[in-house]
Design a protein around this ligand. Structure first.
Ligand code: CP
Ligand code: NVA
Length: 302
């Protein structure tokens, strides 16, 4: 079954093929070339336990552009929200639709859905990871800096779901990832152990200067993710804010990335996110193109 659950389930070559397809689909679309329709006659269910702007719209538009029918299902509208099991939901939906995308809290829910579904399942964010976001970010890095191997990336802030997918990508594609944040918010220990055991060039530090020095790609994310309590997060993360002063120590052609939504004045200043080094809207656009390539792979057409 062609599930898209986590980057580390794939080889770099197979992800690179999807990225190449996404780049090709993007340029075909921009030049008005007739589009491939691998989802013609197919329906894709999109389950949301949490809010979304980019994921919902880019998947819904992408499915339509590939000739398919998107079906948006909030858990409040499903019997799942009243206690029907994930197992039964997976089995029932599989009788109607050709693929299922899910954004949910527990990573376990994603795995259970994938185990009991007889159609491909796509991870559209869990508390653990956000692989579709990373595919868009990798595509953006390629557009600005070329091949991924050997690039340098600084991740500032929370070792959250997006950071997890960054770590998996760094190991697979062979770029250096410098993670700077408070120790108590470090990424999961099991993932770091896997990354280092597999030769990942992952540096963990609480010194922002070390992470930023001549780096080509700077990335951050919100300090308070969906489902997090605020607690002391604002003060804990304050030293890791991306601001113009900090960006001066990066490489001359540095780009600034953020999966969005962003909280200006917290993890990044308006000057940086709205400035010339920021590529955040390219990242957002690339969600559309790369998810089309992922969907095409899921239904077996590439
Ligand atoms: N980056 C991202 O996944 O955004 P949404 O929460 O708006 O989908
Ligand atoms: N880390 C963020 C990403 C949002 C796209 C969250 O989980 O809320």
């Amino acid at each position: 079954m062609r599930h898209f659950l986590d980057l580390k389930d794939f080889s770099a070559d197979s992800l690179q093929t999807m990225l190449d397809d996404a780049l090709r689909m993007k340029s075909a679309q921009k030049s008005g070339t007739v589009h491939e329709m691998p989802l013609a006659g197919k329906t894709v269910a999109m389950i949301f336990e949490k809010p979304s702007t980019r994921t919902r719209v880019s998947f819904e538009v992408g499915i339509a552009q590939l000739g398919g029918t998107p079906l948006v299902l909030s858990t409040n509208d499903l019997q799942l929200g009243r206690g029907e099991t994930v197992e039964d939901t997976a089995r029932v939906l599989s009788r109607y639709v050709d693929a299922i995308m899910i954004r949910c809290f527990k990573h376990e829910t994603l795995f259970t859905l994938a185990e009991y579904a007889s159609v491909p399942v796509i991870n559209a964010l869990t508390e653990r990871s956000h692989p579709c976001q990373l595919m868009a970010d990798l595509m953006t890095m390629i557009e600005y800096h070329g091949p991924l191997a050997g690039q340098t990336v600084a991740w500032l802030g929370d070792g959250n779901n997006v950071a997890v997918s960054w770590i998996e990508a760094a190991v697979l594609f062979g770029f250096q990832l410098r993670i700077a944040g408070p120790q108590k918010y470090a990424p999961p220990a099991d993932l770091l152990a896997w990354a280092w055991a597999n030769g990942g060039d992952i540096i963990l530090t609480d010194e922002v200067g070390l992470a930023i020095d001549q780096v080509q790609n700077v990335v951050t994310d919100v300090w308070i993710s969906m489902g997090n309590d605020e607690g002391s997060r604002r003060t804990d993360f304050a030293p890791f804010q991306v601001n113009a002063d900090l960006m001066k120590a990066a490489a001359g052609d540095v780009i600034f990335m953020h999966c969005l939504p962003a909280w200006r004045g917290m993890e990044v200043t308006a000057e940086v996110i709205d400035g010339p080094q920021s590529v955040v809207f390219d990242e957002a656009e690339n969600r559309l193109h790369v998810q089309k390539a992922i969907l095409a792979w899921c239904v077996g057409s590439n």
